[in-house]
Structure formats: C-alpha cells, structure tokens
Design a protein around this ligand. Structure first.
Ligand SMILES: NC(=O)c1ccc[n+]([C@@H]2O[C@H](COP(=O)([O-])OP(=O)(O)OC[C@H]3O[C@@H](n4cnc5c(N)ncnc54)[C@H](O)[C@@H]3O)[C@@H](O)[C@H]2O)c1
Length: 463
C-alpha cells in the first residue's frame, strides 16, 4: 500500500511536528478521524503534560487530551524513533521575525533537517507554518533531497527526490484559537504540492481531516501565497479602521457607532474593529514575510508597510489618550496607579504573543506609572522575545473591590475584552472607587454600560 492508499484506508500514521496552538488541535482532529497519530515536540514540558493528560492550551480541555490518549495518541521527543514510523509528517513549528524584522525560518529549517535524516521512501511531508511563497520548494525541498539520511541505505540511488521518492506539500493552518464556530473540523483547507503526486496525497489527507473540504491549488507557492493574502487582508483592514478611529476621534465622532451602522449594509462591506494595536502570532508578523520576499523581486509592498506603520503606532496613541484621561482628574501619568485589564492579544484566549497590552504596560512604566495587570487567563508573564515583564496578575478575587481592587487605581485601561469581565461591575467599581479613577477603553467595552447609566458616569475615554 502506498501512502495515498494508506491515507484513504485511514491506516496512515500521521506525525504532527510542533504541538502548539496549531499542532495540538490538528493532532486532536487526526485522532478523532481515526488516524494513528504521533505528536512530536522539542519541548519536554509539553510532552510530559500531554502524557499526564493535561492541556497547556486554555481552549483545549484536559478531557480532550485524555480522550486523545485513550484514542491511541502517542507523543514523543525521540524523533529518530518516531519519525520513520510516520507516513505523513505535518510541520507546525513557529515562523517568527528576527531582531531585524526579517523572516526567521530557523525552526522550519531545523525540523526539515531532522526529517531529512529519517526520511524514508513514500513519506509525505507537509508544511503548515505560515511563510512566504517559495519556502516549501526552495528551502525545504533541497534539504530533504540532500541525500543525507535513511534513503541512501534503502534505495541505493543515494539521493531522495521529491515526487519520485517522497512527497512534499504546503497547506496553511487557518486555526482561530478560541473560536467555537470555526475549528479545524469545518474550515476548508487549501493545499498545494511541489508536484501532482504530492498534491494528490496531501489533498486525500485533508479531505479526510475536513470532511471533504480540501481546496487544491496548482502549486505549493499558490498555497503559501493564499495564507499570506488572508493575513494581509486582515492587517490592512485593521490599519484602515485604526486610522479612521484617530480621524473620527478628532472630529468628535464615535468610530464604533459608525462601523456598526456601516455594517448594516448587506453587501460590499465587511466590518473590522479598531483596537490598541495588532497582536498574536500571525497578523503582526506574516505580512512582513511577503514584503521581505517581494524585495528580492524589486517590487514595493506599500500597503503592507503603511498598515504596519499605522498599527504599530496604536499603543502610543492609547498612551496619549491615557495621559489625557488622567489630565481630566488633574493627575500625571508619573506616579499614577494604572491597572491594565486583559493581557492576551484577543478575548478569551491565553495567548500573549505580540500582545499590544505588553507594550502598553512597558510604555506606561517608562513614563513613571505604577502598573499592574489583571487577566483571568494569564496568571503571570513569562520571558518573550521582545518583552520580559516579570509580573503577576492581580487575583480574580477582590478585583471589583472599590477600596483595594479596581477602585484603588487612578486609571483602568481596558486592553482586552475577555467575556470574563462584568463591564457594569468595572464601570461601577471605578466610578465609586476610592481613587475616583478613569477608564481608558480600547475595545469599546463599556459603551453599553454608559448608555444605561447616564447619571454619575465614570470618566471614560475611548482609545
Ligand atoms: N496560533 C495561531 O492562531 C496560528 C494560526 C494559523 C497559522 N499559524 C502558524 O502556525 C505555525 C505554528 O504556530 P503556533 O501558534 O502553533 O506556534 P506555537 O509556538 O504555539 O507552537 C510551536 C511548537 O513547535 C515546537 N517546536 C519548535 N521547534 C521545533 C522543532 N524543531 N521540532 C519540533 N517541535 C518544535 C515548539 O516547542 C512549540 O510547541 C506558525 O507558522 C504560525 O504562524 C498559527
């Protein structure tokens, strides 16, 4: 049976390399679809946690991890032992930007080198990590074909060739962590191969994983470009509404009210929401993979650069609004107590990567504010590529206290609108708090509260 037939018979062993926000749900889906599945990661803590039946991702409950183990899910950091047992290897490792804000493909390259060492005939290798067009063919394929590895011993012709000896494809992940409506189970999966055999096998696998929703494109490059386009579309449109927020604010018009009204148009308009800046692993980073690659072709990417400029300027704008809000109370930022609500980059997740809340905290601390944060999903900060805050969240208990909780702050800055928060309670606590604080609302969270509570509102500044 070749790999394609094994996939159709659900007998193919699927290896997921990188068990993070993308890899773990993918592994869960693979197990649920009846494939023998092996999860591989270099992070021993993640491997240990799964073996103990514990999830390290908030929206994946422990019971799911236990269910995966019960369904035969194996995890390992012993690549030499596990990789040759896999018929397909799906790579879900990070693709960040380096210090110079250029693509850092080191995780993809390291993983590909490891796979190359154990590659065996018939294996299907698929990259899921977001990257620029050309990565699968120009970066991965030469490493896999380099001839170092098991094949030399097996095939006798000394060199592995894509399409001939192994299969290679790209299929971008479209995971939206924490979104209960769209998950890997029901999101169509775009797939492109370095050749027709690779595409056919990869499409069969994703058809099986997505109930027949594999969307085939002609090349791996087209699949890589598709993912980048999706993220650039979001990045540029968010920049647009962020710019409109600043313009309308100067005119005394509420951008949220305008966008909601515009959204009643049943065609030709899609609503994006302004905020304190971009966050997460994808939108602030992926567009720059394309602008970097475009430079090689001498083609400018002005939209991407401009969107990046506008979005990166947002935290500064929010800090300025915070200064103005404190001014209303005749207070300076320096020495003021500021509580940032929400550390994660978006509601109801525990992911703080590239979160604008981190930058807001750093800027306010630089200006001399005494800053605390609260996030029900992020109990403490940990060292990251650009930030090392070493802070702990205020406890949930007592948060709504007017004496010692939110009421004891000069400013409550809403950075993330987790559903956990009771906005009436936040507003009320600040209004009646001992510090008579102000609210800086970057998420339009307390608007409805203020509408029904016109008497004795707290000072609220939208930002
Ligand atoms: N998080 C999202 O919402 C999302 C959505 C779509 C696409 N993506 C893309 O998917 C990719 C993965 O993102 P993520 O959010 O899952 O990242 P993540 O950091 O949550 O997970 C990556 C995992 O890879 C592991 N890893 C690193 N190097 C490895 C190696 N050499 N071998 C094996 N494992 C290794 C890490 O330990 C980690 O567990 C990125 O390219 C990202 O842009 C992410």
């Amino acid at each position: 049976m070749d790999t394609h037939e094994k996939i159709k018979a659900k007998k193919a062993t699927i290896g997921i390399v990188g068990l993070g926000y993308v890899g773990l749900p993918l592994a869960r889906r693979s197990v649920a679809c009846g494939f023998p599945t092996i999860g591989l990661d270099t992070d021993e803590r993640k491997i240990g946690s799964i073996r103990d039946g514990r999830s390290y991702i908030k929206h994946i409950p422990d019971s799911d991890v236990q269910g995966m183990l019960d369904g035969g899910f194996e995890v390992s950091s012993d690549f030499a032992e596990a990789m040759p047992r896999c018929d397909a290897l799906l790579i879900c490792v990070p693709t960040p930007l380096d210090r110079m804000r250029e693509p850092d493909l080191s995780y993809v390259e390291d993983t590909t080198r490891t796979i190359a060492r154990w590659l065996r005939p018939g294996q299907l290798v698929i990259l899921e990590s977001t990257t620029y067009p050309g990565t699968t063919r120009d970066v991965m394929q030469p490493i896999l074909e380099s001839g170092e590895g098991l094949l030399e011993r097996v095939s006798g012709h000394g060199r592995m060739e894509a399409e001939e000896d192994f299969l290679l494809a790209f299929s971008p992940e479209r995971e939206d962590p924490g979104n209960p409506r769209y998950t890997i189970d029901n999101i169509p999966k775009v797939v492109g191969g370095v050749g027709p055999r690779s595409l056919e096998a990869a499409a069969a696998l994703y058809d099986a994983l997505t109930d027949g929703q594999a969307v085939c494109v002609s090349t791996a490059e087209a699949a890589e470009a598709t993912k980048i386009v999706e993220n650039i579309y979001r990045c540029v449109n968010i920049a647009l509404v962020n710019e409109l927020k600043v313009v309308f604010d100067a005119m005394g018009i509420d951008v949220h009210e305008v966008l909601e009204a515009a959204d009643t148009k049943p065609f030709g308009f899609q609503k994006f929401t302004p905020g304190p800046g971009l966050g997460g692993h994808c939108i602030p980073i992926d567009p720059f993979y394309l602008s970097w690659k475009a430079r090689e072709f001498g083609v400018p990417t002005r939209f991407i650069e401009l969107a990046g400029e506008i979005n990166t300027a947002m935290p500064e704008w929010v800090v300025n609004r915070t200064m103005l809000a404190l001014n209303e109370r005749q207070r300076a930022v320096k020495g003021s107590r500021v509580l940032v609500l929400g550390l994660a980059y978006k509601p109801d997740v525990d992911d703080v990567r590239e979160s604008p809340a981190l930058e807001l905290i750093e800027r306010l601390v630089d200006l001399g504010a005494e800053v605390d944060y609260h996030d029900p999903h992020c109990p403490r900060t940990h060292k990251m590529r650009h930030h090392d805050l070493d802070m702990e969240s205020l406890p949930d208990e007592g948060l709504y206290c007017t004496e010692f909780g939110m009421g004891a702050y000069d400013c409550v800055l809403i950075a993330t609108d987790h559903a956990w928060y009771d906005w009436t309670g936040v507003h009320d606590c600040v209004r009646r708090g001992k510090r008579q604080g102000v609210i800086v609302d970057t998420r339009n969270a307390v608007t409805d509260v203020m509408a029904v509570n016109l008497v004795g509102n707290a000072v609220v500044v939208k930002a």
